[in-house]
Structures are given as structure tokens and as C-alpha cells.
Design a protein around this ligand. Structure first.
Ligand SMILES: Cc1cc2nc3c(=O)[nH]c(=O)nc-3n(C[C@H](O)[C@H](O)[C@H](O)COP(=O)(O)OP(=O)(O)OC[C@H]3O[C@@H](n4cnc5c(N)ncnc54)[C@H](O)[C@@H]3O)c2cc1C
Length: 313
């Protein structure tokens, strides 16, 4: 993909919400990019029996067919995570994990809710007292401190780079590092201390985190432990865009058009809250795709005149 391309609609998330949004937006004959990975959708390993019109099917099959459908309507696909999003004027600038820079007139966030737990002693007990699941939300509390970030995917690698600008030292602890080569190279030059292949035994501390204990008996003396097991998640992206969350602070707040408080940003699927079900994700994806397409078309129309916004059949 060329550097700095402008898309009408960029959709983050290749699950049922994102794919349905892509199908509806692409049929408006605008330029649509769908980002994310099929096998990272919560639906991928599911056996589905409660979707209208299907007695029994596999999540993988539904996702694969849905993606092919979206492509047939012109959706472009990039199997990468978004690492950073910023608003510049009326456009959204997106940086992917391999360093590709994209622009979008409208954005749909359909990244699901997976926020994996580490499951070690100290994680639950010290949550909010040195343990965090969100670098962009809590990184600032650890200025000048030693910190560790746990995870082998884009969220952890990107988080380590963010933390380096704040913390005294950053340990990146990963079972195995599974990120794009460019991100890996950046990390190698960054000054982050990489512990690849290390297993975590416990997070230690009485009232605050004081260390991270590895299975080989080593203890890293850190004041903060960031758990980022997966892709860049909703809280980070929402925080960087100034999106309102709902009362539980876990989900993005939208109106009936699936619009957020930031003009041009829409959200759909599990990240908008319960019920965490495919039927709801698909419905919201349809609404978000339709409204994001209209938003992008109107913006083009205002900027470039009537030819730009003409509806094609
Ligand atoms: C085991 C299991 C069984 C289930 N069974 C059923 C069932 O039978 N019926 C039912 O209705 N529902 C079922 N569900 C729930 C259903 O899977 C979810 O409700 C649905 O997948 C939500 O869709 P979504 O598009 O919102 O998110 P997801 O399907 O989770 O997709 C999220 C997408 O976002 C992408 N992504 C994440 N971060 C980024 C980023 N930073 N940049 C770009 N992309 C990103 C991921 O790669 C992924 O493609 C099941 C869930 C599980 C876990």
C-alpha cells in the first residue's frame, strides 16, 4: 500500500461489525478500507446456532464469507492493527503497526472487547496500584519510573515505544514477539529491554507494585506493570481521539446512528456494549457503515463540489 492514502471510510476491526459496516459502506461506491485480522475476531473459534437464517455454522466460515462479500463490493483490506490515530483538521490520520500512514474522512471503530488477563498472582490485587491495561490512559503516572509491559503483539510493542518517552526504563516481556518487521526493528533500536521467551510468575508488592517476578527466579524491580495481551484496544484508541465512554468506562458511547461524540467517528459491535452477540454487532455495523459513508460523501461534496458526492447505482 502506498504511503498516506486517503480513504473515505476506514474501519478498524475485521469481525462481524466491521465486515458488515464495510459491506454497507462499499456499496455506496466510496473508497473503504477494512483493517484487522479475521482470526483475532471473537467469532473466529465460535460455533453459531443463534443467527437468523442459519441453523449451525462456524464463526470462521461466516467471517471468511463475509470478507469475500465485502471485497466483492470493492472493500480494500489491510491485515494490520492501527497503532495510533490522530485528528488533523477534518481528517483522521492512522498509523499502522508496519508504519503505513493512512487518512480517513470517516472512521468506524469495531475492534471488539478482548482484553486478555494475565492470570498471575498480584494482577487483580494491584490493579490501579501499578497494574494497568492501558498505556495511553495510565502511562503518564509513571514518569521517571521503571516499568514493564507484557505482551508479544502490536499493543505491547507500540506501548513500549510510548512508555519510553515517559519512563526511566521499559522492560518488554513477551512469550514470543509477533509484530511486523518494521516495528520489531524500531523496538530493537529503541532502548526497551526485551525479555523474549520469559514467563511471568507474579506481580509483587504490598500496596503498590514493586516488581515483576519471572519464572526463572529473576525479579524486575518496576513500579508499573502494563498488561497488553493483544491488539491495540478500545480504551487507547478512544482516549487518543477524545471519545466518550459509557458509565461503565468499558464501552464507547454512541447514539442511534452509531455516531460518537467526535464528528466523523462511528463505533459498532462489542465495543459499544452488551449484548456481546454477533446479531447486534452486524446490526450496528450496518448502521455505522451507512452513516459513515454518508458523512464522508457530504464532506467530499462540501470540499469538491457536486461531482464528488454523486450517488452511483
Ligand atoms: C467462544 C465464543 C463463542 C461465541 N459464540 C457466539 C454465538 O454463538 N452467537 C453470537 O451471536 N455471538 C457469539 N459470540 C460473540 C461474538 O463473537 C461477538 O459478539 C462478535 O464477534 C463481536 O463482533 P465485533 O465485530 O464487535 O468484534 P470481534 O469479532 O471481536 O472483532 C474485532 C476485530 O477487531 C480487530 N482489531 C482489534 N484491535 C484492532 C486495532 N487496533 N486495529 C485494527 N483492528 C483491530 C481484530 O483483529 C478483530 O478483527 C461468541 C464469542 C466467543 C468468544
Amino acid at each position: 500500500m502506498d504511503q498516506k492514502q486517503i480513504f473515505d471510510v476506514v474501519i478498524l476491526g475485521c469481525g462481524p461489525a466491521g465486515i458488515q459496516a464495510a459491506i454497507h459502506a462499499s456499496r455506496k461506491k466510496i473508497r473503504v478500507l477494512l483493517m484487522g485480522r479475521l482470526n483475532k475476531s471473537s467469532l473466529f473459534w465460535a460455533h453459531v446456532e443463534n443467527f437468523m437464517g442459519m441453523f449451525k455454522t462456524s464463526g470462521e466460515e461466516m467471517l471468511t464469507t463475509g470478507l469475500a462479500q465485502a471485497k466483492s463490493f470493492g472493500t480494500e483490506v489491510l491485515e494490520e492493527d492501527a497503532l495510533h490515530i490522530a485528528q488533523t483538521g477534518r481528517l483522521f490520520e492512522i498509523q499502522t503497526e508496519s508504519g503505513v500512514q493512512l487518512c480517513a474522512r470517516a472512521l468506524i471503530i469495531a475492534t471488539g472487547t478482548t482484553r486478555n488477563k494475565l492470570g498471575v498472582p498480584g494482577e487483580k490485587e494491584l490493579l490501579g496500584r501499578g497494574v494497568s491495561y492501558c498505556v495511553d490512559c495510565d502511562g503518564g503516572f509513571f514518569r521517571g519510573e521503571d516499568v514493564a509491559i507484557i505482551g508479544g503483539q502490536s499493543a505491547a510493542a507500540g506501548g513500549a515505544l510510548t512508555l519510553l518517552a515517559l519512563a526511566k526504563s521499559v522492560h518488554l516481556v513477551a512469550d514470543s514477539l509477533d509484530v511486523a518487521p518494521l516495528l520489531k526493528a524500531k523496538l530493537a533500536q529503541s532502548g526497551a529491554i526485551l525479555h523474549e521467551g520469559a514467563k511471568i510468575k507474579a506481580i509483587t508488592g504490598e500496596t503498590q507494585v514493586t516488581g515483576l517476578e519471572l519464572a526463572d527466579g529473576t525479579t524486575l524491580p518496576v513500579a508499573g506493570v502494563f498488561i497488553e495481551l493483544g491488539a491495540k484496544g478500545v480504551l487507547e484508541l478512544a482516549a487518543s481521539l477524545g471519545l466518550n465512554l459509557d458509565e461503565s468506562m468499558k464501552y464507547i458511547d454512541t447514539d442511534k446512528r452509531q455516531a460518537t461524540n467526535v464528528p466523523g467517528v462511528f463505533a459498532a459491535g462489542d465495543i459499544c456494549g452488551a449484548p456481546l452477540q454477533m446479531a447486534k454487532a452486524v446490526g450496528e455495523g450496518c448502521v455505522a457503515g451507512t452513516n459513515a459513508a454518508a458523512y464522508a460523501k457530504n464532506m467530499k461534496l462540501a470540499q469538491e463540489g457536486p461531482e464528488a458526492g454523486r450517488e452511483e447505482q
